[in-house]
Design a protein around this ligand. Structure first.
Ligand SMILES: [Fe+2]
Ligand SMILES: [Fe+2]
Length: 319
């Protein structure tokens, strides 16, 4: 069966190796020197059979059609637990699946932030990221490497959660009691932006006063959206990730000890990720340049001790 190649999406076969399941989407390949895709494996095939087909010949890139994208995403998400627990799958591959699923889930949360099902998926993926990180802290590096250099809200949310989990574990060591709720707050920290028009979010230049006032509402909007679904710890991170210890942050203008440890950690991760990716109004900085700017031009924004821990964490120094 020949497919229209314009409607095909390339897939990573790593995602198919998880377990003995049946796929519910067709997989295509392309013959060398031909742009025309050919059906390689039909829906309802068993993974073991697919592996056999792939083992016989090196087929190069594989594709699914656009209409199957959602099915493929669900397939990946359903396989996550067994992928993470499977000792034979390399860490890099596990990180890649977790990262891809996390971005899809956060995209769905932003599309429909009132869906309890989407929020439950966000909780599960946050737990998956933590499990992977606790299994091997190297996975943090893999997960961060997969983040986009360009600013995309979904990628940013995942990156902030990964940076923040790393810093949290460095500071709190083996105390994991609040970690899941904290990390959920980090991955959902900007969910209030789902309520803000794109012409403000994507504005290439500096925001005017009124536009900034709109942006400043996103922590409160996020808090409202998640109020019935999340714990106080999660809601605190969503509400206070733009507070600064000198009191000049928003929405509440909290100072020093009024800001929770969790919110302080999330703030550092948030600013660093924003500075190191290309945004509509500013280019990406190199890590050292971002840290220098945070140290010299953002005096009073972060707590010094935690900021220093963050630098050590980025440098891979043992805690
Ligand atoms: Fe934010
Ligand atoms: Fe953010």
């Amino acid at each position: 069966m020949i497919q229209d190649s314009r409607k095909l999406i390339r897939i990573n076969t790593d995602y198919l190796l998880a377990e003995e399941r049946t796929i519910d989407f067709d997989i295509y390949t392309k013959a060398p020197n031909s742009p025309k895709p050919i059906l390689l494996v039909a829906a309802n095939s068993i993974i073991a059979d697919i592996k056999e087909v792939l083992a016989r010949k090196n087929y190069g890139p594989l594709f699914i059609n656009q209409e199957s994208a959602k099915k493929f995403e669900n397939f990946m998400e359903d396989s996550l637990n067994s992928i993470i627990r499977n000792a034979t799958i390399p860490l890099e591959q596990k990180s890649s699946v977790v990262h891809a699923c996390a971005k899809n889930i956060i995209r769905d949360v932003f599309d429909d932030p009132r869906s309890g099902k989407n929020i439950a998926r966000a909780k599960t993926i946050t737990g998956n990221i933590i499990d992977l990180t606790l299994e091997n802290t190297q996975s943090i590096l893999h997960l961060l490497r997969l983040g986009s250099h360009n600013y995309y809200t979904f990628s940013h949310c995942v990156n902030v959660a990964v940076f923040a989990i790393g810093l949290w574990l460095r500071i709190r060591k083996n105390d994991h009691t609040e970690l899941n709720d904290f990390a959920l707050g980090c991955i959902l920290h900007d969910v209030g932006k789902s309520q803000i028009m794109d012409n403000i979010l994507q504005k290439p230049g500096k925001l005017d006063h009124d536009e900034f006032e709109v942006i400043k509402k996103h922590p409160g909007q996020g808090h409202r959206l998640m109020a019935n679904h999340a714990s106080e710890i999660t809601l605190d991170v969503i509400m206070h990730h733009h507070e600064k210890i000198n009191g000049t942050g928003y929405p509440d203008g909290l100072t020093g000890n009024q800001i929770s440890d969790n919110a302080k950690i999330a703030t550092i991760a948030d600013v660093y990720d924003a500075l190191t990716t290309n945004r509509p109004y500013a280019g990406a900085r190199q890590p050292l340049s971002a840290l220098t700017l945070m140290k010299k031009e953002m005096v009073g924004h972060f707590e010094q001790k935690r900021f220093e821990e963050f630098i050590l964490f980025l440098g891979g120094r043992p805690a």
